[in-house]
Ligand binder design. Structure first.
Ligand code: THU
Length: 128
């Protein structure tokens, strides 16, 4: 059976507003109660105002009151699995800490790693 978190990311990827890049991404975050929040990338004609799938998902979760997260899934249609961009790594670190990141593609290839390995020596609130 497919991991429900990956299935959710695959499904929401279909909603991506990727008019400019044509690069659709889906993300899903799971909180400690098991609830799943999803997001897709939403592009903008200015390009720079584009928001990645990961940030849409985590901001949706935060705005719904979720606070503790166990896993984040990211799905794109690439042979080499697509990781979160630098900005998303910073935002995910802020809200999820050293969470499990599950990368997957449409062919069913998956890899699970910790955010700390993708984003070592992060700057965060512990420095303030
Ligand atoms: N993108 C994401 O949504 N998440 C990633 O992990 C990588 C990049 C989006 C941003 C933009 O809409 C498109 O993919 C191409 O960069």
């Amino acid at each position: 059976m497919q991991d429900p978190l990956i299935a959710a990311a695959i499904a929401v990827r279909e909603n991506a507003h990727a008019t400019f890049s044509n690069f659709k991404v889906g993300a899903a975050v799971q909180d400690e109660s098991g609830r799943i929040y999803t997001g897709c990338n939403v592009e903008n004609a200015t390009y720079g105002l584009t928001v990645c799938a990961e940030r849409v998902a985590i901001f949706k979760a935060i705005s719904e009151g979720a606070r503790k997260f166990t896993r984040v899934a990211v799905v794109a249609d690439t042979e080499s699995l697509t990781p979160p961009c630098g900005a998303c790594r910073q935002i995910l670190w802020e809200f999820c800490g050293d969470v499990e990141i599950v990368l997957s593609n449409l062919a069913g290839k998956t890899e699970t790693l910790k955010l700390g390995t993708l984003f070592p020596r992060a700057f965060d609130a512990s420095f303030l």
